[in-house]
Design a binder for this molecule. Structure first.
Ligand code: HSE
Length: 346
């Protein structure tokens, strides 16, 4: 029976959610998935770090208080985040990287991914920064070291998008996609339709945990722009940088705009899209669009995300599901580990 030794880098909602999955489901994974997981290290800039090659108690990790230096409260734990030690020297086969998204340079997450890949350790991440800004370099680094770099959770959390397109739609010739890729902005638009003001709806999205620390990343389209770069580079073989994607958000949409759209049977949606033209170049954008009621994305309400792939052989194929949430995003890490097991675990 394969047992994967995992080190968790960043211990906010997502990796805490992953520890919860391990605590609740590790025994059934042995039967259902053919492997189990042992958490051998955790590091977090705020909480500190801990290593135990014999395995940490996942339940105890989940119960750790969110206090500065809290890992020092556990036997063998430390108030300091020894990131390099945990990544390179905890004995991990796989690093689960779920630190904050830095949209400017992808750091420190990109450095964490490089350390692991250079050391011959697989990386699974839910972090948009390293993938959108340094994806090609990190994929090449993984290939050179014969390890995996998997990032299903960077777009639409655990809802399968990247692997669905890469594997199940392989050969269908994907020409483009359009998506609702930000739960907060879709929630805000939906709640405005229900009568809330823009600011009331944003506050609710923050309370529900959908919004980024700075919700302007959600409502001005910056979060979607990173996801569009990831999908375009992955599915359309593009080489887009963030600055190649034109970007505007939903903050200019008024209550009157929403009411008029509703009266017309249409819906405002923040759409991230990319398309390959006949010359082979890829154009991508993020903008609010008025969708007719017949559009496959028009009925997607609340914090739900969806993406509609346009392919030569199938036409439009649309998948919808959660795009955020701690357990939903932690599931993406599990799906990445399943993918690694399929290739490397036999
Ligand atoms: N703030 C993001 C959203 C979280 O609202 O969709 C997932 O990237």
């Amino acid at each position: 029976m394969t047992e994967y030794k995992i080190a968790l880098v960043g211990f906010g909602g997502v990796n805490r959610g992953f520890a919860q999955l391990v605590a609740d489901h590790n025994a059934e994974w042995k039967v259902a998935l053919g492997f189990s997981v042992r958490i051998v290290g955790v590091t977090d800039l705020f909480l500190g770090s801990i290593v135990d090659k014999d395995g940490l108690d996942a339940k105890q990790l989940v119960a750790l208080p969110t206090e500065k230096g809290a890992f020092a409260q556990l036997p063998g734990g430390n108030a300091e985040a020894f990131n390099e030690t945990v990544i390179k020297h905890s004995g991990a086969d796989i690093i689960a990287e779920a630190t904050f998204t830095n949209p400017v340079d992808g750091e420190p997450a990109t450095t964490f991914c490089r350390w692991a890949l250079e050391s011959g350790i697989h990386v699974v991440t839910t972090n948009k920064g390293p993938v959108a800004l340094h994806g090609a370099e990190l994929k090449a680094l993984a290939r050179r070291n014969n390890v995996a770099f998997e990032y299903e959770g960077a777009v639409m959390s655990g809802t399968p998008v990247i692997r669905l397109a890469r594997q199940a739609l392989a050969g269908s010739n994907i020409l483009g996609f359009e998506g609702i890729l930000n739960g907060t902005s879709n929630y805000v638009l939906t709640q405005m339709k229900n009568g809330l003001t823009f600011n009331e709806a944003v506050t609710q999205a923050q309370q529900l945990g959908y919004a980024e620390a700075d919700p302007s990343a959600d409502v001005e389209g910056f979060d979607v722009r990173l996801k569009v770069v990831i999908l375009a580079n992955e599915l359309l073989d593009a080489r887009l940088n963030v600055s190649d994607v034109t970007c505007s958000g939903i903050s200019n949409i008024t209550a009157q705009d929403i009411a008029q759209a509703t009266a017309d049977g249409a819906s405002w949606k923040l759409i991230g899209c990319a398309e390959r033209d006949v010359q082979g170049s890829v154009r991508a954008s993020v903008e609010a669009r008025l969708l007719p009621g017949t559009h496959p994305l028009a009925g997607i309400g609340g914090a739900i995300n969806a993406v509609s792939f346009h392919s030569e052989l199938l036409g439009a194929v649309t998948v919808s599901g959660p795009g955020a949430g701690r357990i939903e995003t932690a599931f993406a890490l599990l799906s990445d580990i399943v993918a690694i097991h399929t290739v490397y675990g036999k």
